[in-house]
Every structure is written in structure tokens, then in C-alpha cells.
Design a protein around this ligand. Sequence first.
Ligand code: MRU
Length: 353
Amino acid sequence: LKVDGKAYRTIWVADDGASVAIIDQTKLPREFAVASLATLDDAAAAIRDMQVRGAPLIGVTAAYGLCLAVAADPSDANLARASDLLEATRPTAVNLRAALERMRGALERVVPSERAVVAWALAAELADEDVAQNRFIGQHGLSILEGLRKARREDRPIQIMTHCNAGWLATVDVGTALAPVYLAHDAGMSVHVWVSETRPRNQGAFLTAWELAKHGVPHTVIVDSAAGHLMQRGDVDIVIVGADRVTRSGDVANKIGTYLKALAARDCAVPFYVAVPSSTIDWAIDDGREIPIEERDADEVTHIARIRLAPENSGARNIGFDVTPARLITGLITERGICTPSRESLASAFPDR
Ligand code: MRU
């Protein structure tokens, strides 16, 4: 994505070749700021405090975190410690664990003195892989949007609803759920995106709206609870969301509120798609109820910009994700094409897994 005419990824190796640059997402949309990660602890804090977020970007940031760790100390003990520290930052997105397993597997096979070189090369490969997968997801998703456009009689824009941020900012580049939207817009198709604000951290209102605006895509921010109403009125043609973890049978964990959108979509016969790079599929589990659900500090619910919204003595919970059962999902848009959310369909698209 371009910001003020300059193309950026969300994470890159800094000019010094020894630190990592990220776009600090806690500052958006007020300020576009680049932050520097110089140590393992910087990388772990960036993931934990959500300076970077979104499943694919969390995975790649963890990979770079391991680079910073082994550059400082390539011993077996430090590799294990760094990997455990990074893995404990956020529990739901499986990309984190997958990236760490790949990095650790490769690094354990080489002598400590060679680890830093191997780590930087593999992290760059993971970043490039993410971008390539997202481009394919964009193409496959675009064919769905083209199908919708052909099926319509009226001339209004294709109305796409999304949730949270599964765009450029959630990945290294391009995005997952928003990749088809960008391709459609660039191809001259008239599209409009309903952006649900995504309480409590407002990734929709702060991040999705910001990046859609940067790319010139028409969009409207709504409160989360308006989604069902819009679907009921016929104002939504398709819902496309991202995922933090998909089980091998197609259950999808994504930002809290996704399940309610899927229920409303089913009631209103609106197709509900999930954009899923294979790095987000957890081949080890079948049932979405086994997915660990992050619960963050309740202060994110009771306060906004440090102003308390809820009464002093009211308790609160801040449940970060929910699981949408496969039966409510029309299709999974993967880099290898569109799968039905079932074990058979995923296994036939990914026989290697
Ligand atoms: O808590 P976040 O902002 O990391 O949650 C992000 C999401 O729920 C995204 O939809 C998901 O990670 C997919 S990103 C391509």
C-alpha cells in the first residue's frame, strides 16, 4: 500500500541491517509513525502491545524477533528462551506458532555461528511468502466479487462487509480479506465497504477505514451492532473477514463479533467468506472449541483514551476472539483457491499438509 505516494510494507529490515522497522499501529489513524525494533524484547512488546497485530503480521514479526535474539546470542538456550517468550505474547493467531516452529526448526539444524544469517534469510522468505499468498487470495476473492457483479441487475456498487482489520496492516502487504476489494477497486469495479468499528480496540474504525481511505476505496464505518440491520435491509452483498486460526475442519476463530455477523448473514442469506492463508490453518485441531481465545485487559473495555466509560465498580471482560462454526461459512478463500469449510475440501487443497 502507498502512503503519501510511497509504497510500504508493514515490516522491513531497517537500513542498518541489524534492526527491524514496523509501522506503529497504535498511533493510527492520528499519526503514521515508523518504530524500530532493536531487541527480542522490543519485538515481543510490539506484538503484545499491538503495535503490530493481525495474524500473518504477528507471525512475521515473531520471525524477525528470533533474528534479533540470535543476532545477540545464538546459543541453543537463547533460541529456546526467545521462542518461548515470543510464543507467549498472544495466544489465538496460530501464525505465531507456525512461524516460530519453522524458524526454530531451521536454526536448530545449523551451528550457532551461522544462525543469524540463516534467520534473517528465512524471516525475509516468510515475509515474501505472506505477500505472495495474499496476492493469490486477492485473485480468488476477486472472482467471487465478479460473480456477484454479473448476477446483479441494478447498478449499485458491490456492498462488502468486513470486520476488524484483515487488510494491508494485518499482513506484510496486500491483506487477506481486503485483497479482493483492492483488486476489484483497481480493476474499476464499483465497490463499497461496510467497516464495523470493532470494539474495544477499534481496528475497523482506526485501521481498516484508514487504509481503505489511503487507497481511495469508498467505505462507511458502522457500530458493530449495526451489521445485522444492514444485512436485513439488503444492504450487504457479501461478508469477507479474516481469521486468526482455522481448524482442519473449517471452524474459524476471528475477532470477537465475527460469529454474530455469520449468524446474521445466514439468517439473511448473505454469503459469508473467510480469507485464509494456509499459515492460519491449524492442522492439529478439528474442533474450533479447542482454539485458545485471548482475553485482554478489561481496561480496554471500561476506558477509551484513558477516559473511563463504565462506572468505577462495574466489572468487565475483554474477550478478543470468537469461533464461527464451519456450518455458517460459505467458503474459505485460500491461496490455492476457494474451499468449502470442511476437512475433505481443505485436505484436497493442501494434500501436502
Ligand atoms: O487483535 P487483532 O487486531 O490482532 O485481530 C486481528 C483479526 O482478528 C484479523 O481479522 C485476523 O488476524 C486476520 S488478519 C489477516
